[in-house]
Design a protein around this ligand. Structure first.
Ligand code: HXC
Length: 258
């Protein structure tokens, strides 16, 4: 792939958006590659956690590629929005956990990309923002939908309408970032978080992810019903037998299902 790098080690994939000359801005080609790569990742049993980051120390992703959008027609803008919709929904719904390691600017489409991940760990120099209305457009890669769901409508509207950029600590305060760490500790922190998850039941985590993603987008009764069904499904796994038996035998569980 031209714009993405992937390294897999110990069941953790580090995927890097690699367009450093434009601060990793997302053009259509990169969006298509993200969709393609995560379509591959969702089938891979040797990957249980994905860490998504940007190349360099300055930027996670500085947004959609403005040089591509400047002359785009309304039809082309919609196609680009749909490309991101597909790619980011794919990230959101793969069975693996996806952690965004936000290593700098996460603006516009970059903030939207981070929000499609399950968890966001921010480096101290990270900056989040939705600058679109200053460019005469609106957030088109999920920002008007995922941001209010993460931080509430009022804060999302303020960020989108003012285009204010916020730093990592403010992102943490409003619930946009899960934690803030030194830039040099960013990947290791994400890998430590991944290691904790690897020692748990991966299929159980996948089911919990599905219950949260689907359940929070429906009414409470339907969400609870879904949870009960998935809970029942977990009882069919070897991990459930091993996890509970290990507890009763006072030993460490060896959970392997995926
Ligand atoms: C294309 C970009 C870019 C972008 C940066 N670059 N962001 N190219 N699209 N989104 C390029 C610059 O043109 C420049 O190229 C190089 O990256 C370095 O950027 P500088 O501006 O020189 O760096 P700096 O002064 O440090 O400023 C960093 C920055 C600024 C604050 C992040 O680059 C910036 O404001 N970028 C745009 C952020 C933005 O508006 N994002 C939202 C895009 S709209 P050269 O060739 O000059 O070296 C969006 C919409 C999503 O995301 C939905 C669409 C449907």
């Amino acid at each position: 792939m031209k714009n993405l790098l992937m390294e897999v080690e110990n069941e953790v994939a580090v995927v890097t958006i690699n367009r450093p000359k434009s601060l990793n801005a997302l053009n259509s080609e990169t969006l298509a590659e993200i969709n393609e790569l995560f379509t591959e990742i969702e089938k891979r049993k040797d990957i249980r956690v994905v860490i998504l980051t940007g190349s360099g120390e300055k930027s996670f992703v500085a947004g959609a590629d403005i040089s591509e959008m400047v002359n785009a027609s309304s039809q082309e803008g919609r196609i680009m929005g749909m490309l991101a919709y597909e790619a980011f929904s794919k990230i959101e719904n793969v069975p693996q956990v996806v952690i965004a390691a936000v290593n700098g600017f996460a603006l516009g489409g970059g903030c939207e990309l981070a929000m499609s991940c399950d968890i966001r760990v921010a480096a101290e120099n990270a900056k989040f923002g939705q600058p679109e209305v200053g460019l005469g457009i609106l957030p088109g890669f999920g920002g008007t939908q995922r941001l209010p769901r993460l931080v509430g409508k009022g804060r999302a509207k303020e960020l989108i309408f003012t285009t204010d950029m916020i730093d990592a600590n403010e992102a943490y305060r409003i619930g946009l970032a899960n934690k803030v760490v030194k830039q040099e500790e960013l990947l290791d922190t994400c890998k430590e978080m991944a290691a904790k998850m690897l020692s748990k039941g991966s299929f159980a985590i996948t089911l919990a992810k599905q219950a949260i993603n689907v359940g929070t987008e429906t009414d409470l009764a339907s969400g609870l019903q879904l949870e009960a069904n998935l809970f029942g499904l977990a009882f069919s796994t070897g991990d459930k037998k091993e996890g509970m038996t290990a507890f009763l035998e006072k030993r460490k569980a060896d959970l392997t299902d995926f």
